[in-house]
Design a protein around this ligand. Sequence first.
Ligand code: EPZ
Length: 434
Amino acid sequence: MEKYVINGGKTLEGEVTIAGAKNAALGILAAAVLTDEECIIDNVPYVEDTKVLLRAIENLGARVKYIDNHTVSICGGTIPNSEDLCVDDDYIRKIRASYYLLGALLGKFKYAQVALPGGCDIGLRPIDQHIKGFEALGAKVDIVNGGKVVAKADKLVGNHIYMDVVTVGATINIMLASVLAEGKTTIENAAKEPHIVDVANFLNSMGANIKGAGTDVIRIRGVQKLKGTEYSIIPDQIEAGTFMTMAAATNGDILIKNVIPKHLEAISSKLTEIGATVIEYDDSVRVMADGRLKSTQIKTLPYPGFPTDMQPQMAVTLALSQGTSVITESIFENRFKYVNELSRMGARIKVEGNSAVINGVEKYTGANLVAPDLRAGAALVIAALAADGFSTIEDIKYILRGYEDFDGKIRALGGQIEVADTDRDVQKFKLRVG
Ligand code: EPZ
């Protein structure tokens, strides 16, 4: 089983280029099936989640072609309009974004059958708000044997939908299901993340009529047909934030290129608050830290608040800061699973309900760790890079879901990290760098 082996204690310095946003790409790749014409989508991150979703879209009957690792062509015109259509294979049950095919196929064919999503184990992850939206448009939704969601409608008619919680997935899914519906749909209390705006912009480039994405009221006027398009996905704010905290935690100096600084404001302001230096340029940010950082308080919130997907990475940085910090996780119920792993490196963190009380320590010591989920796994890599001595991190499959060439990018910054298949590989690494 692949693992990372890391020799920590080096400051990371240099430049890193950020890939396309995974959570925008997943909604956009699904949205492409809404037209029978070809969509060419650029800046797609070459990560497991996008590869899995593209395989599922091809299995549906679409023509999918990688023009290069980051540019894909999707033509949904060859997907058969039949009630035999079912998205259910081993891969698709692994990724949460499979549910975007529900909204896209329902929107296109008035029928969809998709295996219930899996995803990282960070909370209950219900889809009641997705179902609420589909039913408001006139669909009947059932969960049938083997955990498949079946949605069907004679016709889809626009409606006024008030989200009970701010949810990225349901906001995107309702957009997908309503762009070809009759009449007007309003989504109130909509999520405002940059990837919501990116999916809306992609749909509008296909001829959809969506206004207000990025605010909490999105208005969609149904159109008859959507056409093919060419589109480039925005940079990944969470990959960028991960490298920003990597610079802070290792007392490094990293120029993070191909970003939209506006999308990083919550992260930049928190890093500045604890004493890191953040310099913003047009499409890059530079993060430097020299000496021990300070403590702070963080509460994760929907955008533009501090992103939940950056909570573990920030906790790792604060656990090395001077003083006591408190992080409150208000989005997911179970997003502190990395704390036990971090404690084995010497961190002093106590989880109380949905808050973690962090007493900063001077240093971590290397340890053998297991990645519990995607962002916690990335956070443990940061901790291992900051630690004294060697660490290994198992279950890196989670990390590969959302980070492209993560170890290669870290090595280019001076980090000593390799992928090891066997204990012998680990020993060879230790001899080489030790
Ligand atoms: C998306 O998940 C992202 N995943 C997550 O990123 C991210 O953490 C999350 O949004 C919040 O920003 C993708 O885009 C593929 P939600 P999603 O619906 O859509 C509750 C990563 O690391 N809820 O915004 O599943 C839910 O339980 C991943 O890249 C309902 O109650 O998140 C949660 O508490 C991890 N009913 C809250 O809303 C619903 O029907 C926010 O969930 C839907 C959600």
